[in-house]
Design a protein around this ligand. Structure first.
Ligand code: SF4
Length: 375
């Protein structure tokens, strides 16, 4: 099982909190898509396994024309072995959604949409500098449901403007529409973003860790009451609707990342393309892929496994075959390090697993760091 990720590095507007790689200047979209298609061709021998998931992310893939998306899918089918039942996801922003695009996406094989709603509250959307408004969020989500049943929405919690009532209302809106998958992220103020600068200048209020923890607690309770499986710290799904693409990342499956800033992983080596649109396109014109790479040591692979696995519902599974890549004595050390978290009720340990409790989920990154092993 393998995956392909395609990074479309353009957006209509820069959301103030975002630190992904994108440009709001869209003059070079056609050249960029040609470069991505060329990269798909040049790297065809790097991924010979059957591809079970394809993910169009960004940036904003939904601002491409249907024809553009169709060309990329066509190129991928030409150069890679794509499972006929592959999950093919496209990230879409509400302001791009209309009947013509929905029909077009379906006809070119997209079978899952990930929609960047973030909030149904107008004031908050303005605060985030999103390109869509609250009416588009709800109206176009309903429209999308007429064409796709496998839909995920992104929501952000813990922003200064988001009250507990509004957070619950956002979640209830999703449940009322029977959306089968939700990705929920606490607002993080990343260094160098517009939001970071505005907070430093006193123009915007900072986030509050206690409020974020309360929103997360509300999310866990709400998920349990509404039959959403909390299968990863930031992801919830109705039965049968887990994201296959993200799940394969968490299971350490290989994936190929195409486009500027896209990351790839082959089980041993991680590589990432240059995060610069002009240089990426110029290199591809000369049939060169501009990337950097690092070969992960056994310890790095183990620590990565600990960090990712601990965030999932299944936790660290000692029977996982990735575990056998590393020395067995590490198992003992990890169990020793986990004991204090077991005693403080932050995780459960069985013979074969270490799984976070709801209490421990608040501290996932810190607990993982505590279990990390030294080179
Ligand atoms: S639309 Fe998405 S990728 Fe683009 S700026 Fe906003 S959050 Fe970032």
């Amino acid at each position: 099982m393998a995956g392909i990720y395609i990074h479309i590095p353009f957006c209509r507007k820069a959301c103030h909190y975002c630190n992904f790689h994108f440009s709001t200047v869209q003059d070079s979209v056609p050249q960029m898509l040609a470069a991505i298609n060329k990269e798909a061709f040049l790297r065809k021998d790097e991924l010979t396994e059957t591809v079970d998931t394809i993910y169009f992310g960004g940036g904003t893939p939904s601002l491409c024309t249907v024809y553009d998306v169709q060309c990329i899918v066509y190129e991928l089918r030409k150069h890679y072995t794509i499972n006929p039942t592959a999950e093919i996801t496209l990230e879409a922003n509400p302001d791009d959604i209309n009947e013509e695009k929905l029909q077009g996406w379906k006809s070119c094989g997209i079978n899952r949409l990930s929609i960047g709603i973030q909030s149904f509250n107008e004031e908050e959307l303005v605060w985030m500098n999103r390109a869509h408004n609250a009416a588009q969020a709800i109206g176009n989500l309903k429209l999308a449901l007429q064409y796709f049943d496998n839909i995920s929405v992104d929501l952000i919690y813990g922003t200064p403007l988001l009250s507990h009532e509004q957070w619950l209302l956002n979640l209830q809106t999703v449940a009322a529409l029977n959306i089968p998958h939700i990705s929920c992220y606490a607002l993080t103020v990343e260094k160098g973003t517009a939001l970071d600068k505005m907070i430093l200048q006193g123009k915007k209020q900072n986030t509050n860790a206690d409020k974020q923890a309360e929103h997360f607690e509300m999310l866990l309770q709400w998920a349990a009451e509404n039959n959403y499986e909390h299968y990863e710290i930031s992801n919830l799904a109705k039965q049968g609707y887990r994201s296959k693409h993200n799940s394969s990342y968490w299971q350490g499956k290989p994936y190929l990342g195409l486009g500027p800033s896209a990351h790839s992983y082959n089980g041993k080596q991680r590589q990432w393309n240059i995060a610069n649109n002009a240089l990426y396109m110029k290199s591809l014109e000369q049939n060169m892929i501009p990337f950097e790479a690092e070969i992960l040591t056994a310890t790095q692979r183990l620590n990565e496994f600990i960090m990712i696995a601990l965030r999932t519902k299944e936790g660290i599974d000692f029977e996982d075959k990735r575990w056998h890549l590393v020395d067995d004595r590490w198992k003992k050390k990890i169990i020793q390090a986990a004991e204090k978290w077991y005693l403080s009720n932050d995780l459960i340990m069985t013979e074969n697993n270490i799984v976070l409790t709801d209490k421990g989920k608040f501290l996932a990154d810190g607990i993982a760091a505590d279990l990390f092993q030294l080179e």
